[in-house]
Write a protein that binds this ligand. Structure first.
Ligand SMILES: [Zn+2]
Ligand SMILES: [Zn+2]
Length: 263
């Protein structure tokens, strides 16, 4: 089956431009230097209708959904519970009312750790006592090794983010690994035979919970996908100049970039 992958956002947790910053990237006129918080969108057709899954709902989710022209969402997969990946959850509300009319709440696939954060942060949505009448109609679902959503399989790919174990995802011959500082040895077999891999590449200076550009290039070489895209990009990396320095088949992604994927 063929689908479409879209980068909803490719920026680091603070977004680019970064508030209060006047650096060359933050004041750049290149639209590819404007990066919302990290998220991807996956769309495909099944049984004559479009299916839509997003990975993470960060603080820019509403703007990203408008920009992508989304009318509905079938499921959300969460990588982890940090603010730049979850804080837009409440903006699922209008989509969730549509989903409820079509048959049920929107499933949110999250690890136990991530579900605990979502439950605490959005207490007014998830608490058994929640009665707020227009709360999001969403349902937390345990994230398993392997989940089938409307005909496609989504595999959990464990990665390390600082001291946390978080989730990347593989669908068909594409994998999305954001926010990682270490790819455990046991994860590499899950990354064989990829057409496309998406990796964190924050900046050049080391960071405790994100790969640098050089680390990400080394992973890209080892994984050997036909194309590697970098995401979760900080304002230290200008789009055009950085891309000129990267090996063939490796490039910074940018918001709105869309390409077909085999699912
Ligand atoms: Zn992040
Ligand atoms: Zn800046």
């Amino acid at each position: 089956m063929e689908g479409l992958l879209t980068f909803m956002g490719t920026g680091t947790s603070m977004g680019v431009p970064t508030l209060g910053c006047t650096c060359a990237v933050c004041t750049s006129s290149d639209p590819r230097d404007r990066r919302l918080r990290p998220s991807i969108l996956l769309r495909w057709h099944q049984a004559g209708r479009e299916r839509v899954v997003v990975v993470d709902t960060g603080p820019d989710f509403r703007e990203q959904a408008l920009r992508a022209g989304l009318a509905r969402i079938d499921a959300v997969f969460y990588t982890h519970g940090h603010a730049d990946h979850i804080m837009g959850m409440d903006d699922l509300r209008p989509f969730s009312f549509t989903a409820e009319k079509e048959g049920g709440p929107i499933p949110l696939y999250a690890s136990t750790d991530t579900a605990a954060v979502l439950t605490r942060v959005f207490d007014y949505t998830f608490s058994p006592e929640a009665t707020y009448p227009t709360r999001a109609r969403v349902r937390l679902e345990p994230l398993k090794e392997n989940t089938t959503v409307h005909g496609i399989e989504i595999l959990r790919v464990p990665v390390t983010h600082g001291k946390m174990q978080i989730s990347g995802f593989r669908f068909g011959r594409t994998a999305y690994l954001t926010d990682c500082s270490v790819i455990p040895e046991s994860t590499f077999p899950l990354l064989e035979g990829l057409d496309t891999v998406i990796l964190t590449a924050l900046r050049h200076d080391p960071h405790p919970s994100h790969a640098t550009v050089d680390q990400a290039i080394a992973w890209a070489e080892r994984i050997g996908a036909k194309q590697t895209w970098f995401t979760h990009i900080a304002h230290e990396l200008g789009h055009a100049a950085t891309n000129r320095s990267l090996p063939e088949g490796v490039a910074l992604a940018y918001d709105g970039l869309t390409f077909p994927v085999a699912l």
